[in-house]
Write a protein that binds this ligand. Structure first.
Ligand code: FES
Length: 642
């Protein structure tokens, strides 16, 4: 028989096939990555290819559509129903007619790359956790007494080469209805290539996943299309556990003081997750039952409460986790109303203070794959700190307290519209100007934001207080020890006595916002803890220079890195190498949702991370004391001078 050379791009895989071979079959033989849900029946449209020119032109061989068979009935039907873009063909319904170069566009590849938002972010490659398989199942008859499940398994084996799958009772309970409703055709969802998790009648190609970051203050979720990896809807909400305690430790105390308090909090967070699932499904206009996979990250206490594990042990030394491994369970086990057989993957916690959120940050920032010595800080009530590179990775948490979130600061508040987030102080006149969240203008006139942006100034948030302090330091209002200089009162009426200390009047009117000596102390304590934690890890690694610093978390993405360095919150580093990663923990949850291999990877990396307990390290105290000074008692900040 006559044969033809078939080349697939971009992989460059090639082989000779006899004329008339279906293109998809040739691709499968060569191991070319082409998607399919319908198994080559011309229904799903996932297998589209283009006839490309390219190298064959150079060789003088013209590749045109004529090198594939003309549109057959199946393709015509598909094109009429769903449309087929110019030049596109269904590889399952097209046959080789002569030498040809075939282009597999990214959207037809199973292992496609998901678009990156930031250049330095890790590229997310799809490695589907859930795959969909359309099958035609043999009908039962009097001569073949086999069960419906066994005939479904036969169909999966012969039509998809999927063998030895597990099937849970909850799937079997719905199987017979589904097969009959679909007139002996069905679409099967297979989890991790080993377990049947759903069976729909007929053809079904909607599969979604939800990646959730449970913070102690807010819960954020991204709904992703599992076939494309795209985020199709996002939603955030307050963590309803706040009513049991603002910060983590007060929630653990609540459990200790109220028997059954853990159950209440578990119920509260699960209720919120159902609401979140509801919200994203509505926004994306899909049925909740199309959510087949959910991943979670969160600090250890959020992790335990989600899973219904009493967090009491995390409230005191030695801070033992119930488990530091990843967890895979059914959605119903945590009362999550998505697809009844959806699978849940909870990323592993690293240590009693360093949670699955940090595991998510590691996945997203991937220090373990880099040669660069990277410091990652996730600033919240506790700062979770990771330091290292592909050779070694260390993690610790540092007790910064909630000052960076605006708590325990006289005019402090959470980052929300109306909060002062940026501050500048004129070094000559000591007059301030500031910006509030919700407006892009600078002012310090009473009533300005109300008139221009209809926003009342309500307080000052973490990034605002950082900038206020750094600007006060640059203007000489506070000295290296953090003392507000009363001598400056002669220079500006904004420096005002307050008992035996002084404060700086940032904003007049209602509410009056001052930076008091106590506020300065609170930030000094927090920043000293953060710095000391990072420094301790640097000691452990025996390094005194960093290649890169990444600030993760909502606070990290809000703060101006220059000011963080002026205050000495972080060690010295080339400013262009200090970046914020936004919600890196959430990105990690999304990676684990879309990439099966990443789940093993993070489990492995977490095991290798060396955990450092700051509380028992004598050097921590010494670093802490030295780091109280602004920016630091002894450490040089060479990069600031540049
Ligand atoms: Fe489904 Fe080709 S494989 S249309």
């Amino acid at each position: 028989t006559q044969d033809a050379l078939v080349v697939f791009m971009p992989s460059g895989k090639r082989g000779r096939f006899s004329i008339g071979t279906p293109v998809l079959q040739a691709a499968r033989k060569l191991g070319v990555d082409i998607d399919s849900v319908c198994g080559g029946r011309g229904i799903c449209g996932r297998c589209q290819v283009l006839v490309s020119e390219g190298e064959f032109m150079k060789l003088g061989v013209k590749s045109e559509a004529s090198h594939l068979t003309a549109f057959g009935e199946v393709e015509k039907r598909y094109a009429e129903r769903k449309g087929l873009a110019e030049g596109r063909r269904l590889s399952c319904s097209t046959r080789v007619q002569g030498d040809v170069v075939i282009d597999v566009p990214p959207d037809s590849q199973v292992h496609k790359q998901v678009v990156r938002k930031r250049a330095e972010m890790r590229a997310i490659e799809l490695d589907p956790v859930v795959t969909l398989h359309y099958v035609e199942v043999a009908e039962p008859n009097m001569h073949d007494p086999s069960g419906d499940l066994q005939r479904l398994e036969q169909a999966l084996a012969s039509q998809w080469d999927l063998k030895g799958l597990d099937t849970d009772l909850r799937v079997i309970q719905h199987l017979q209805k589904a097969l009959r409703k679909g007139d002996w055709t069905a679409t099967v969802a297979v989890h991790q290539k080993k377990q049947i998790t759903a069976v729909w009648p007929g053809f079904h190609d909607r599969a979604f996943g939800l990646a959730v970051d449970i913070g102690s203050t807010t819960i954020a979720g991204h709904l992703c299309d599992l076939a494309t990896g795209e985020v199709v809807a996002s939603s955030g909400m307050m963590n309803p556990q706040i009513r049991f305690g603002e910060d983590l430790m007060s929630r653990v105390s609540y459990v200790m003081m109220n028997p059954g308090g853990d159950v209440e909090m578990t119920k509260a967070v699960r209720g919120a997750l159902n609401e979140l699932a509801e919200n994203v499904a509505r926004e994306a206009k899909i049925e909740k039952t199309n959510i087949l996979e959910v991943t979670f990250v969160g600090n250890p206490i959020m992790h335990h409460l989600l899973l219904g594990i009493d967090p009491t042990e995390l409230g005191g030394a030695p801070f033992a986790l119930a488990t530091d491994g990843p967890i895979t369970i059914w959605a119903s086990e945590i009362d999550l109303q998505v697809h009844p057989n959806a699978r849940i993957f909870v990323l592993p916690c690293i240590a009693g203070h360093v949670g699955a959120d940090t595991a998510g940050v590691i996945l997203s920032e991937s220090p373990h794959m880099s040669v660069e010595m990277t410091l990652i800080v996730d600033v919240g009530t506790n700062a979770e700190i990771v330091l290292g590179n592909r050779d070694r990775l260390l993690a610790a948490s540092s007790p910064t307290g909630p000052a960076f979130e605006g708590a325990q600061i006289s005019g402090g508040q959470r980052a929300a519209p109306g909060a002062i987030e940026r501050v500048r102080i004129d070094p000559e006149t000591l007059e301030p100007k500031f910006k509030v969240i919700g407006s892009d203008k600078w002012s310090n006139e009473p009533g300005f934001f109300e008139e221009t942006a209809l926003i009342g100034v309500t307080g000052i948030c973490g990034s605002g207080i950082i900038e206020a302090l750094a600007e006060m330091y640059l203007a000489g209002i506070i000295n290296q020890d953090g003392v507000i200089d009363g001598g400056m009162a002669a220079k500006s009426p904004r420096i005002q006595p307050e008992g035996r200390t002084f404060s700086y009047l940032l904003r007049e009117g209602e509410p009056t916002i001052r930076i008091t000596q106590t506020d300065v102390r609170a930030i000094q304590l927090a920043k000293a803890a953060l710095y000391a934690g990072a420094r301790l890890l640097m000691d452990k690694l025996g390094i005194d220079k960093l290649d890169r610093i990444t600030l993760a978390g909502a606070f990290g993405s809000h703060i101006d890195v220059k000011y963080a360095m002026i205050l000495g919150m972080i060690p010295d580093c080339d400013l262009s190498k200090v970046t914020s990663a936004g919600n890196a923990a959430g990105t990690g949850a999304r990676i684990a949702l879309l990439n099966l291999k990443a789940r093993d990877e993070i489990a492995r990396v977490v095991k290798q991370v060396e955990k450092v307990e700051t509380a028992v390290e004598p050097m921590f105290q010494q670093h802490f004391v030295e780091a109280m000074a602004i920016p630091h008692k002894t450490a040089p900040y060479e990069n600031l001078a540049k």
